[in-house]
Design a binder for this molecule. Structure first.
Ligand code: 0L1
Ligand code: MG
Length: 264
């Protein structure tokens, strides 16, 4: 993927996204000002943001696939999956209270996370290769946070905003992936004790390992590999659910236990 965006514009748009993420304020979608933003430019902004965070001492611990289910694509009016990076500063413990004052439009998603034991590289990475390179899978809740005003954006703006990555909580019962049928594995999302969403792994590109393969192939286009020991979230199985202070959510996964988190 080759970006043609000039250096000054890249830095300006990256700083705009960084400011909105770190100080939790809404900004207009980037394409309002820079209408010619192409996907390669958006990933260049995302990679520049990653470099800035690494310089500030954040640690890259993995990646996430976004917009991988039809429910999510329909909810957001887009037709293409994306990826984003995950750092140690985004991780939160199970049952902790996540502060919403640090977030703009927090929403939660139930995801199957993969932890790898061997490196993966594209192009042409397959779901079978992902399964062979997976150490174990575990349930996760992703807290996404689009920084764009009114939750109005396009794919180019979302990718530059690190695919709305904000927080994530892993937990439950880690299991070897090859002992499970990840496509028929069910999940129920409860908010404040009420069931709000349900689905099965196949909602994510027919099988969550397909989403991880897609992510590895996008990484290859960015001249990157997925190292062993990476934590990878394969994408929301259901539509995302908005949360506010006082809410608590639990994602109950068949075979993998449950993950809970509160919002303050
Ligand atoms: O995790 C994801 O599915 C990425 C979502 C990006 C768009 C949004 O903020 O809903
Ligand atoms: Mg997600």
């Amino acid at each position: 993927m080759r970006s043609t965006i000039d250096r000054d514009t890249l830095v300006r748009l990256c700083e705009r996204v960084e400011g909105a993420q770190t100080r939790a304020y809404a900004i207009p979608k980037l394409t309002n000002e820079y209408s010619e933003l192409a996907m390669a430019d958006s990933y260049a902004i995302q990679m520049a943001l990653l470099e800035r965070f690494l310089e500030q001492g954040h640690k890259l611990i993995g990646w996430k696939a976004g917009l991988t289910s039809k429910a999510k694509m329909k909810q957001m009016g887009v037709e293409q999956p994306t990826i984003g990076f995950l750092t140690d500063r985004m991780a939160r413990p199970e049952n902790s209270v996540i502060s919403t004052s640090d977030l703009v439009h927090p929403r939660v998603e139930c995801e199957i996370a993969f932890v790898t034991k061997a490196p993966l590289s594209g192009p042409d990475c397959t779901a079978a290769e992902v399964m062979a390179a997976t150490d174990y899978v575990m349930p996760a809740i992703e807290v996404i946070d689009s920084r764009f005003a009114g939750f109005k954006f396009d794919l180019e703006s979302v990718v530059a905003d690190n695919s709305s990555s904000a927080r994530f909580v892993g937990g439950g019962r880690p299991r070897y992936a090859n002992e499970l049928e990840l496509d028929t594995l069910g999940v129920v999302l409860e908010k404040n004790g009420e069931m709000v969403e349900m689905g099965a792994g196949a909602a994510v590109m027919e099988h969550p390992a397909e989403a991880v393969a897609m992510l590895v192939n996008i990484l290859a286009e960015l001249d990157r590999e997925l190292p062993a020991g990476s934590f990878v979230m394969s994408g929301g199985i259901t539509a995302a659910v908005a949360v506010q202070p006082g809410d608590y959510v639990t994602a109950r996964f068949q075979e993998l236990g449950s993950v809970s988190v509160k919002f303050g």
